[in-house]
Every structure is written in structure tokens, then in C-alpha cells.
Design a protein around this ligand. Structure first.
Ligand SMILES: Nc1ncnc2c1ncn2[C@@H]1O[C@H](COP(=O)(O)OP(=O)(O)OP(=O)(O)O)[C@@H](O)[C@H]1O
Length: 556
């Protein structure tokens, strides 16, 4: 026995090792393939289910009668019948439908016309209470149990075999839907996705007068003339704004009341009642007045101040026109509100990114407002989906793209001078100096845009902020947080600002504007709203038959 025997053993071991490696890669590959085929089978199952015309057959002859007699509803909205038919036939389903779309009916009605019990599992007590209140109003027997949609609950539901589940959610990306299917063990179920478009809502952005008195005049004219005898909501940013605005509008002879979280519950419900009965024309509210509002004939939602995200804006403006009749959603936009909001949201995870989505909606006067909302929800709507129901599409507009390179340079030189003098500039102060006003030592003669209107200068700066050419820098004082403007990453990298697209809606061109030829238009889309990152308010409800089960999870 010698070295050659050892070498031979070593060689055999290596051969075995490489066989093991090869086999384990093969095994990995087979696992991957198995997973792929399993997913494909489930996807095919979903696709096959989607090809069935769930609108055609009614799985219960009682459906129509119950709809009219119990719910006093004459006809179903798109996707309601398919969702009901699907679960009534014993098939699992996920239904994605916007807020106020009518998801509740999709499990409440089948609960009444089939045997067994419907269990609603909801993480929010207030949502459970809303459900109970709504059902009691309709004389439908309902009881509340304290439960949440934890994993245990979901597993518990699966102790009931062969019971169809309906998951309903207002917002969910396809990735979230996949997760939900896995958690609820309903992979391969039917997926129904209703459009987020609310065709009866007219979207509009107006410039907010800088002086409060002027603004009150504008608002009271709107409420007295355009919205005479109509009901609405005016959203403000803070409780203080709510109180002041309600007082000013009352003084102007409008029947309004403030509504916010600091009011005692009995006062709040009294105001709510008076608004529902029409005694108050509008409530002036913080977003506390949101969840659970179900007044079908809200004809206008006015934003006295921008929302903190497009998501919030969609939810808040979505309170209008739940009866499917036309309603208006007007945002009053003013540059100063940007810093007010940003200094409140910048500590939140995606707070600034979300707010800038809202700013784009306000500043982007050259694009259909509805399209901007659609992008936010990962949907693509065409001009006919708007049907002239926004301030952009209802007018014929002459859109021009203007080059902001020169303006960008002006602003950078003003910021640089301020920095060399150890000064910091808020947005308002920056606009002052740019327009040749404010402290003389901070002005830069060659960088003064004396011919620009204030509104125009503010819009350009807002655009440069959301474009990343400028950025906000937040500083704390003992009493508040201040937003200062500094050069953004784009400027630091020596890049040019994106052109600004303006239309007659925004403002007319000034003699100094350099118009970019149309051929460049494709390159200007860098300012598209970023996709939502947070999916925190996904709301899942599931529904089972015999017993019928609903899970509702809303983590927002
Ligand atoms: N087919 C219909 N026709 C008319 N009104 C309907 C119809 N379906 C539902 N509604 C009404 O629409 C309103 C909103 O319905 P619902 O509360 O079920 O919405 P939702 O999708 O659950 O909203 P949220 O996401 O806010 O919980 C209710 O007043 C409801 O009665």
C-alpha cells in the first residue's frame, strides 16, 4: 500500500463529490421547475376562471329580489355580479375595487341569500362598527366578535373545507395579490379588478389666492352659486385651519361646521348628523373625517390645502359622487402649502416622495388629471376614460415645453450666494430674491427674473423640486420645522432641469421663455409620478359560504 492507493481514494472521493454537486444542482433545477409548473397551473386556473362569463348566469334567483327589497339598490355595478356569482358557485375569488366601489355588497348580499353564517374578520374596530351599523340600518341581523385577521384566524378558516373565500381589497399591486393568495391558500382563484376610474368625478386644480379674505370670497361664491343647495366636504390640513375656515365661512353666511379629531364624540356625531340631513351645506374637516363616511350625494370635495399624497387625495376626493351622479373635486394649490405639508411629512418613510406625487398633480397643468391619478394606480386610461371630466381635458389647450436651464442656473447662483453669506433660503424667500425683492445683499443682479409673475416663479421652483433639481433641507427650531431650499442631486451632478410643460391653464409664456421643440417631448417624461412604494393600506376581506367568512385586513 502506498501513496498511489491514497491518491486513488482521493480521486474517487472527488468524483463522488462532483456527482453530489451535479445531482444537487439537478435537484435544485427540478425544484425550480416544479415551482414554475405549479405556478403556471395555478395561473392557468385563474385565467380559465377569468374566461367564464360570470355576468351571464345568476347563481341565485333571490339575488335580484334581495338587492331591491333589502338593499334598495336597482342595478349592480361592474364586477359585483361576477364576484357574487363566483363565490355563490363555490369558487374562491379576489376582488380589487376602489374605495366606495361597493365591495361590502358583494358579501353582504350572498350572505342573505345562502344558508350559513357570514363571518367578517377585520383588523379595525371602527370598520367592524361601520359594518354592524350599516347592517342594522338594513335590518340584517349581525353581531360583532373581537377578532383580527392574524395567521391563526386564517388557518382557522381553513378548518372549514370546501368553503369559498372572497378576498376584497381597495389597493393592491400584483405582488401583494400573489402574497394574499398564498396566505389565504387560494392560489388559482378568480381575480377581478375593477378600474379605479371614477368617471362621474370632475377633477380640477385652482390657484389658491394668497390673501385669506380673497380666498374666503372665492369659496363662498362657489358654495353660494356653483354648489347652491348641494352637499360637500372642505378638507383642510390642520385643526386650526378647520376652525378658522369654518368661522370665516359662517361669517360669510354659509352653513358649515368644523369637524376634527379634537371634538368630543357627541359633538362630532351631531355635526355629522346635521350635515347628513342637509342642515349644514358642508363640513370643514381634517382627514379625521374620512373613514366610514358614506353619504351618497356629496356633490363637491374641496381641498383647501393639498393632500399629503395621491393616495390620500384619491380617498378624500373619492367621498364625492358615491351615488354615481356628477360631482366636483377641486384642489386649491399654493406654493406656500408645499413647505407646510413637507415639514410635517418628511420624517415619514416615503412621506416626501408621496407628497411630491401630489405636487406633480397640481403643477402638471398640461396633462389630464385623470391620467395622473391612473399612473398612481398603475393603470393606463385613455382620453375617453376622462371624457372631458377634468380641467385639462374640458378645454382645448395649447401646450408648450419651456427650457428651464437658464432659470435653474439663476436659482443655483442665488442659493450659492446665500450659502456664501451663511444664509439659508426658504422657498418663499428664494422666490422673493429671484423676483428682485427681499434683502438686497442676497440678490444676484444677473439672476433676477423681474418679468416673471410670482405664481410662475413658484410653479418653476415647485417643478424643480419634484424634478430633483432642487431639494428641501429641514431644520428644527424649538417651535417648528423649517424647510430650506438647496441644490438637489441632479444639480449637484451637473445635470439640466427637465423642461416644464405649460398650457394656457397654467399661465401664458413670458418673453424670456425658451420653447423646446416638440421633437424633444419624449425625453421629458422623467417627471412622471413615481410608483407607490407603500402598500400598507391593503385591505383584505374574505368571504366563505357555509359558513360564509370574510376577512378584512387594513393595516393603514
Ligand atoms: N350597485 C350599487 N348601486 C348603487 N349604490 C351602491 C351599489 N353598490 C354599493 N352601493 C353603495 O355604494 C356605497 C359604498 O359601498 P361600500 O361601502 O360597500 O364600498 P366599499 O367598496 O366597501 O368601500 P370602502 O373601501 O370605503 O370600504 C354604499 O352606500 C353602498 O350602498
Amino acid at each position: 500500500m502506498g501513496d498511489d492507493v491514497l491518491e486513488d481514494i482521493e480521486r474517487q472521493i472527488q468524483e463522488i463529490n462532483s456527482k453530489i454537486n451535479r445531482l444537487s444542482s439537478q435537484r435544485e433545477e427540478l425544484y425550480r421547475l416544479k415551482e414554475q409548473i405549479k405556478n403556471k397551473i395555478l395561473e392557468d386556473k385563474s385565467t380559465a376562471l377569468a374566461q367564464i362569463d360570470w355576468n351571464k348566469k345568476s347563481f341565485s334567483s333571490d339575488l335580484d329580489m334581495c338587492l331591491k327589497n333589502t338593499f334598495k339598490i336597482n342595478s349592480l355595478r361592474p364586477y359585483q355580479l361576477p364576484a357574487m356569482n363566483c363565490t355563490l358557485s363555490g369558487t374562491d375569488c379576489i376582488l380589487i375595487m376602489p374605495t366606495g366601489g361597493g365591495k361590502s355588497l358583494c358579501y353582504q348580499l350572498p350572505a342573505l341569500i345562502s344558508k350559513g353564517v357570514t363571518l367578517v374578520v377585520s383588523p379595525l374596530l371602527s370598520l367592524m362598527e361601520d359594518q354592524i351599523m350599516a347592517l342594522e340600518k338594513l335590518n340584517i341581523p349581525a353581531k360583532m366578535l373581537s377578532a383580527t385577521s392574524s395567521k391563526e384566524d386564517v388557518n382557522w378558516i381553513h378548518n372549514f373545507p370546501a368553503t369559498p373565500i372572497l378576498g376584497v381589497t381597495a389597493t393592491a399591486t400584483s405582488r401583494v395579490i400573489k402574497d394574499v393568495q398564498k396566505i389565504l391558500k387560494i392560489e388559482g382563484c378568480l381575480i377581478l379588478k375593477a378600474s379605479f376610474n371614477r368617471p362621474n368625478l370632475f377633477y380640477e386644480v385652482r390657484s389658491k389666492p394668497p390673501v385669506q379674505k380673497e380666498f374666503i370670497d372665492v369659496l363662498s361664491k362657489l358654495l353660494k352659486n356653483d354648489f347652491k343647495n348641494q352637499s360637500g366636504i372642505i378638507y383642510t390640513m390642520t385643526i386650526k385651519d378647520t376652525e378658522e375656515l369654518a368661522k370665516d365661512l359662517k361669517n360669510a353666511g354659509i352653513r358649515v361646521a368644523p369637524y376634527h379629531a379634537n371634538l368630543d364624540a357627541p359633538i362630532r356625531s351631531k355635526i355629522h348628523r346635521k350635515w347628513v340631513s342637509g342642515e349644514y351645506q358642508a363640513v370643514v374637516a381634517t382627514i379625521a373625517f374620512g373613514m366610514g363616511i358614506d353619504k351618497p350625494d356629496v356633490r363637491f370635495v374641496i381641498h383647501h390645502c393639498i393632500s399629503k399624497s395621491m393616495e390620500n387625495f384619491y380617498q378624500e376626493s373619492g367621498r364625492a359622487g358615491r351615488d354615481d351622479k356628477p360631482a366636483k373635486c377641486i384642489v386649491f394649490w399654493r406654493f406656500a402649502d408645499l413647505a407646510r405639508q413637507s415639514s410635517m411629512v418628511f420624517t415619514e418613510n416615503t412621506g416626501l416622495e408621496n407628497l411630491y406625487g401630489m405636487i406633480r398633480y397640481c403643477v402638471d397643468s398640461h396633462r389630464c388629471r385623470r391620467k395622473l391619478i391612473a399612473e398612481h394606480f398603475d393603470e393606463a386610461w385613455e382620453a375617453q376614460d376622462c371624457n372631458k371630466m377634468c380641467d385639462h381635458c374640458s378645454k382645448t389647450l395649447d401646450v408648450k415645453r419651456i427650457d428651464l436651464t437658464k432659470y435653474g442656473k439663476n436659482i443655483l447662483s442665488i442659493l450659492s450666494k446665500a450659502s456664501s453669506l451663511d444664509s439659508r433660503l426658504t422657498g418663499t424667500k428664494l422666490v422673493d430674491i429671484w423676483l428682485g425683492k427681499g434683502p438686497t445683499n442676497l440678490r444676484v443682479k444677473e439672476a433676477t427674473a423681474s418679468d416673471l409673475s410670482r405664481e410662475r416663479a413658484e410653479t418653476i421652483i415647485a417643478h424643480l423640486l419634484v424634478d430633483g433639481f432642487l431639494k428641501e433641507d429641514f431644520h428644527f427650531t424649538p417651535y417648528s420645522t423649517i424647510s430650506y431650499i438647496t441644490p438637489g442631486d441632479k444639480a449637484a451632478a451637473g445635470l439640466q432641469p427637465s423642461p416644464l410643460e405649460v398650457s394656457k391653464l397654467g399661465f401664458s409664456l413670458s418673453k424670456d421663455d425658451i420653447v423646446v421643440p416638440d421633437t424633444d417631448i419624449s425625453s421629458s417624461k422623467s417627471d412622471k409620478p413615481k410608483k407607490r412604494k407603500h402598500e400598507s393600506n391593503d385591505e383584505i376581506k374574505t368571504f366563505k359560504k357555509k359558513p360564509l367568512v370574510i376577512i378584512d385586513s387594513d393595516s393603514d
